[in-house]
Design a protein around this ligand. Structure first.
Ligand SMILES: Nc1nc2c(ncn2[C@@H]2O[C@H](COP(=O)(O)OP(=O)(O)OP(=O)(O)O)[C@@H](O)[C@H]2O)c(=O)[nH]1
Ligand SMILES: O=C([O-])CC(=O)C(=O)O
Ligand SMILES: [Mn+2]
Length: 576
């Protein structure tokens, strides 16, 4: 490691090198310097103790998929799902940008562990960065500092991540991954998923590549525990694309009647899930992260009280607005206050731009969450009873259906579609295929990824049931038909009922749907249109959808596993 750090320092030529130990004193000193140079703005100490606002460059507010590359030696190994560059060319291109880029700056060396420090499922990395904002965020999002360094020294192997904010010039920006070298190089962005290299770059792109050869799965999934009135707990992992409801579902608070009966949701993770078969053949999952990097807009006491409770202190807010008394503010916060300054630091003008950027975020420790599960620190992970896929679909896709078996479930995941969101730069609201919510995050060819998923059905594993949900179905008037949020527990209850063989369903070509009476809708008012669209099966629409799914799968050519193509054909035949 020392040799690599020296090599990086020789290339980037920082004034100073600082090895991060993760201590409070170190953090206090970094915060002091960031307050002094305006990187962080201290918020109202009475209402939000030890909390800060960071305004990023207006051209640097989201992940940049068009500048993100997977650099495998063979182009086909990255697949049509990734932008690819030959490793030698990519290194040359980005090293030219790193050349001397840290002159006048401090280079921070951040040893970190993804997952509980004592878990065999965890993996370590080292991020080198010239951004103190990245250090402060990595300290919340990962187990960072001395214990991680000790594990790395013992294991010898770790993921190497090199990051510089550079000039924040969108034309001099790349996020490069070299999975075979366990290396990440990111230049020119200070924003979350581009710069906090433990998150999407390591825990998804590099980890998915490693997981394939080591027999596990690295997924863009939340993990939650659901406890029924009898005290029985099941764990569910759910993959929704960015800004499609993972954090909200992971922190769900049951509706009134359920609360009274004793239902409870606990949060293990809100974004990333690593899982592997245990000795009993079940899939065991850990959350590799230690904090939440959550979407601010829409987060309110009503929609997500647990998130709001986390945000009372020790939080970093990125690109939100502020009120006259210096409290953070975003659209949908619903606290009766009004913003005076927008995320760019200009006087708030509703006609000009929203107070908070649509992809504004909060960074906060998972431990501060009232629903944080003690099981999240269990080195063995939690056994998963159900896997859920879901997207943002205004039309066609019903509220919930169950896959017939594992292979059909892999097809359901592979066929996922969702409308794009502000989490990445580019158009918002455009339907695209986003298999398993991993389109921007799979570090290798999707065809091989689907084969890997299929391989878990080996006769000895006891695999979870697979479901698909859509919280975002709209009516003819353009409003959401399903209340969502807390009421999503009704859907989870049905899933657990299916896992236990207790809840009913009707078979359709796309999977098993709850029939009237199978889902508890007491206290939910749904009109005729809502019932028809949330629980109906539209044969003609699905025929067209499956034609488009078939065309999509074909873009992966002969590497696409035959079993998945056969499954697709079976559904098409049953639709005719
Ligand atoms: N209508 C509706 N909106 C929801 C629901 N759950 C979440 N949302 C909204 O969807 C947006 C994104 O939700 P998040 O839970 O932050 O999404 P995420 O999947 O964690 O996003 P990333 O952090 O980008 O991976 C927020 O504006 C939420 O208010 C739901 O059940 N119904
Ligand atoms: O990675 C990020 O910047 C935020 C995130 O969770 C996502 O986009 O899925
Ligand atoms: Mn995410």
């Amino acid at each position: 490691m020392n040799a690599w750090v020296a090599e990086v320092a020789a290339l980037t030529r920082p004034d100073r090198v600082h090895w991060c130990d993760g201590s409070d004193a170190e953090n206090a000193e970094l915060v002091r310097r960031m307050e002094a140079d305006g990187t962080l703005i201290r918020l109202n100490e009475q209402t939000h103790p030890n909390s800060f606002l960071h305004r990023s460059d207006p051209d640097d507010v989201a992940r940049v998929e068009h500048l993100t590359f997977v650099c495998t030696p063979e182009r086909d190994d990255a697949g049509p799902n990734n932008h690819w560059m030959a490793p030698a060319e990519a290194h040359a291109k980005i090293d030219a940008l790193f050349d001397g880029c840290m002159e006048g700056r401090t280079m921070y060396v951040i040893p970190y562990c993804m997952g509980p420090i004592d878990s065999p499922l965890s993996r370590c990395g080292v991020e080198i960065t010239d951004s103190p904002y990245v250090v402060a965020n990595m300290r919340i999002m990962t187990r960072m500092g001395a214990p991680a360094l000790a594990r790395i020294e013992k294991e010898g192997s770790f993921v190497k991540g090199l990051h510089s904010t550079g000039e924040l010039d969108p034309n001099r920006r790349f996020i490069m991954h070299f999975p075979a070298e366990l290396t990440i190089k990111s230049y020119g962005s200070g924003y979350g998923g581009n710069a906090l290299l433990g998150k999407k770059c390591h825990a998804l792109r590099i980890a998915s590549y490693q997981a394939r050869s080591e027999g596990w799965l690295a997924e863009h999934m939340l993990i939650l525990g659901i406890t029924n009135p009898q005290g029985e707990t099941h764990h569910i992992a759910a993959a929704f694309p960015s800004a499609c409801g993972k954090t909200n579902l992971a922190m769900l608070i049951p509706p009134e009647g359920y609360l009274k009966d004793g239902w409870k949701i606990t949060t293990v993770g809100d974004d990333i899930c690593w899982m592997r078969p245990g000795k009993d053949g079940r899939l065991y999952a850990i959350n590799p992260e230690a904090g939440f990097f959550g979407v601010a807009p829409g987060t309110s006491k009503k929609s997500n009280p647990n998130a709001l409770a986390c945000l009372q202190r020790d939080a970093i807010f990125t690109n939100v607005g502020v009120t006259a008394d210096n409290q953070p503010w975003w659209e949908g916060i619903g606290n009766g206050l009004t913003p005076v300054t927008d995320w760019r630091g200009e006087p708030y003008d509703a006609d000009k731009r929203p107070a908070a950027h649509p992809n504004s975020r909060f960074t906060v420790s998972a431990r501060s969450c009232p629903s944080y599960s003690p099981e999240a620190e269990n080195p063995e992970g939690v056994p998963i009873s159900a896997i859920v896929f879901g997207g943002r679909r205004a039309s066609l896709v019903p509220l919930v259906f169950e896959a017939r078996d594992w292979t059909h479930g892999v097809l359901v995941g592979a066929a996922m579609g969702s409308e794009t969101t502000a989490a990445a730069t580019g158009a918002v609201g455009v339907m695209r295929r986003d298999p398993m919510a991993m389109k921007p995050f799979c570090g290798y060819n999707f065809a091989d990824y689907f084969s890997h998923w299929l391989s878990f059905d080996n006769g000895s594993n006891k695999l979870p049931k697979i479901f698909h949900v859509n919280w975002f179905r709209k009516g003819d008037d353009g409003t959401f038909l399903w209340p969502g949020f807390g009421d999503n527990l009704r859907v989870l209850e049905w899933m657990i009922g299916r896992v236990k063989g207790e809840a009913g369903a009707v078979e359709t070509p796309i999977g098993n749907l709850p029939a009237a009476g199978d889902l508890n809708l007491d206290g939910v008012e749904l009109g005729e249109e809502a019932r028809a669209k949330l629980f109906g099966f539209e044969r003609d629409g699905w025929k067209a959808e499956f034609d488009s799914i078939g065309e999509y799968l074909d873009t992966y050519g002969p590497r696409m596993p035959q079993a998945l193509k056969d499954e697709q054909r079976r559904v098409v035949e049953s639709l005719d």
